[in-house]
Design a protein around this ligand. Structure first.
Ligand SMILES: [Mg+2]
Length: 280
């Protein structure tokens, strides 16, 4: 098949997506290379599961139901811990955005379909379109948190150039507190510790929700010992009380720990090494 034909085949899914009102994103002018195609293929089941399984749908709803129960419990406990008559600080809930309140699996599906891997340019085109749908249960949870007296802070590793489109996307769906003061974007580092501390300096944080353990504590970035499970054991009590974790097999710290950073060739190589090292 010649190059021109390849290009036409790549363009078709994009126009099809446009026609059905899905993301007008991810237009790529060059052909995906073979390592990118291999990496995309390896992730395809994870993306299909996240996007289309009733299991993922229910896990989200279940997690947000648990979040609501936990939130109410923590508010009661916080009230008991504070001396009577002492001034109350405002309460807050911290949520991540991607795969926590907004579902980006359509972007990931398109990457799989066209044999591409994540790139900043295609991701920006997707977020610019501001068409991501709410994750199941997220809106209901955040509205009940607001009703219970909590402000909502969105602590995300989207970058500052994505501010306007992110706020538009959140506001289009009626997410509470979707304004500049409550949106803490990435400014240099993906480590959210400082941003969480900024919220804690003025508010009592009652609950956090995310699809990555790093949305709770940066110590979970380190997966060098037992793939990070020991850190889960050490922090189990505070995780149980203050954090609700959502599923995301599509990308994240777990995969970065296997693939590392760099070119697609390097990522494939490290993935092979992982299989060999673990005896598969
Ligand atoms: Mg996320």
């Amino acid at each position: 098949m010649n190059t021109a034909m390849h290009r036409i085949l790549l363009i078709i899914p994009v126009t099809a997506l446009l026609a059905c009102g899905s993301p007008k994103a991810v237009v790529r002018t060059s052909l995906p290379d073979e390592p990118a195609r291999q990496l995309a293929h390896r992730g395809s089941d994870a993306v299909l599961w996240q996007n289309s399984s009733a299991e993922a749908y229910w896990i989200y709803r279940q997690a947000y139901e648990a979040a609501t129960t936990r939130l109410m419990w923590n508010i009661v406990e916080l009230g008991k811990e504070q001396p009577a008559g002492s001034p109350r600080r405002p309460m807050a809930v911290i949520v991540d955005i991607d795969e926590t309140v907004l579902d980006n699996s359509p972007y990931q599906l398109h990457l799989v379909r066209s044999g591409q891997v994540y790139e900043q340019a295609t991701w920006k085109a997707w977020t610019d379109s501001a068409v991501a749908r709410p994750c199941p249960g997220a809106l209901e949870f955040l509205r009940s948190a607001r009703k219970a007296g909590c402000e909502v802070f969105y602590v995300t590793n989207r970058d500052v150039r994505e501010r306007a489109s992110t706020l538009k996307n959140l506001n289009d769906h009626g997410f509470p507190d979707a304004d500049e003061a409550h949106l803490l974007l990435m400014e240099g580092s993906s480590d959210k510790t400082e941003r969480r501390a900024r919220v804690r300096s003025t508010h009592d944080v009652v609950l956090l929700v995310g699809d990555q353990l790093r949305d709770f504590d940066e110590r979970f970035k380190d997966r060098s010992v037992n793939d990070g499970r020991n850190t889960v054991d050490v922090m189990a009590d505070s995780l149980s009380r203050y954090f609700i974790l959502l599923p995301n097999p599509m990308y994240g710290t777990y995969r970065d720990a296997i693939q590392g950073k760099g070119t697609e060739v390097e990522k494939l190589q490290r993935t092979e090494e992982w299989f060999q090292r673990n005896g598969y």
